[in-house]
Design a protein around this ligand. Structure first.
Ligand SMILES: NC(=O)c1ccc[n+]([C@@H]2O[C@H](COP(=O)([O-])OP(=O)(O)OC[C@H]3O[C@@H](n4cnc5c(N)ncnc54)[C@H](O)[C@@H]3O)[C@@H](O)[C@H]2O)c1
Length: 296
């Protein structure tokens, strides 16, 4: 946690993107010295946050950005790595995989070279087996079963997690937390909610989502955790994108899947219990108040 006696400089890759903008804002508001690394400037610049244009697929650029940039800074304490193409289909599969996995390797390896032992990055809910054309092993789904990537995008996230496992095996003092974010939403998205007229259109991720501000909260809690090693955490809102009860949806779409918890109200079927238990993560926002803080 930063203080005037103990300033903490965090490099945020992909800080100009949808989730990154919320993360940069939140970290700056909480006293972090944030440096933003992206190939485009942020459309919502935050006062005091310096932007450096970086191509994350170029190791030399990443290494310098996590070490020192003349006239700007002489070291970095922690890294939040969000820079990636965030979904399949935007570019051909191989281009997406190459961009995302090369960027993650470069960030992880440059952090190691720079002696940075606090790394938090965006993994993805897709590792749980989205779009669930094959049933999950049980519901609510969590981090306890082996990853099930079903696209080149998700395969890249699986490779990221496997790389992190080995980077932390090489250095047990290193922390590398992969946050398996659900579908990131913000106030601009909530006009389309709920999706009760077409439940099938959101069955691909079991009707889950995460408000970008809660994604930022999860990042900050992960940065401030004293744990070391590799951990993956599912990060989802504490409700669904629906008003229909989750038990009714489960009965229709997942009739044969083992229930490992009683399914009540509009609770999500993506469990963030591990993040709650190890990081203290409790989502604060819901679409139900159009993004108003619900705090519980
Ligand atoms: N949006 C979602 O629903 C979602 C869900 C789960 C995980 N994620 C992950 O969260 C992260 C952020 O997603 P987002 O929705 O904010 O995406 P976004 O597209 O809004 O932002 C990603 C940013 O990364 C930058 N970037 C990509 N490749 C780069 C490169 N080679 N060099 C430099 N910058 C590069 C882009 O310029 C962009 O600003 C990604 O890793 C994504 O895979 C997103």
């Amino acid at each position: 946690m930063p203080s005037p006696e103990n300033p903490v400089r965090v490099a945020v890759t992909g800080g100009s993107g949808k989730l990154g903008r919320a993360v940069v804002r939140d970290l700056a508001e909480h006293g972090y010295d944030v440096v933003l690394l992206d190939r485009i400037p942020s459309p919502e610049p935050v006062p005091g946050v310096q932007f450096t244009r970086v191509d994350l697929t170029d190791f030399g650029q990443v290494l310098q950005s996590l070490t020192a940039i003349d006239d700007r800074y002489d070291h970095v304490d922690a890294v939040v790595h969000l820079g990636a193409i965030p979904a399949p289909g935007q570019v051909p599969n191989a281009a997406l995989f190459t961009n995302n996995v090369t960027s993650s390797y470069n960030v992880f390896a440059a952090a190691k070279a720079a002696g940075i032992r606090n790394v938090v990055w965006a993994s993805s809910e897709t590792l749980l087996g989205l779009p669930f054309e094959v049933d999950p092993p049980y519901i609510p789904v969590d981090e306890k079963y082996a990853v099930r990537p079903e696209s080149s995008y998700s395969l890249g996230k699986a490779v990221d997690e496997e790389m992190a496992r080995h980077f932390t095996r090489w250095d047990p003092q290193l922390k590398m937390f992969g946050l398996r974010f659900s579908n990131v939403m913000d106030d601009g998205d909530y006009g389309a909610f709920p999706f009760d007229d077409d439940a099938a259109s959101r069955s691909f991720n079991l009707w889950s989502y995460i408000d970008a501000r809660d994604g930022a909260l999860a990042v900050r809690l992960a940065l401030e955790s004293d744990l070391t090693g590799f951990e993956a955490f599912v990060i989802a809102a504490s409700d669904t994108v629906m008003t229909t009860d989750t038990a009714v949806l489960a009965e229709e779409f997942l009739p044969h899947v083992e229930r490992r918890a009683s399914i009540e109200g509009t609770m999500p079927l993506l469990s963030s219990d591990k993040a709650r238990d190890l990081l203290g993560f409790v989502p604060q926002f819901s679409w139900r108040g159009w993004g108003e803080r619900v705090g519980r």
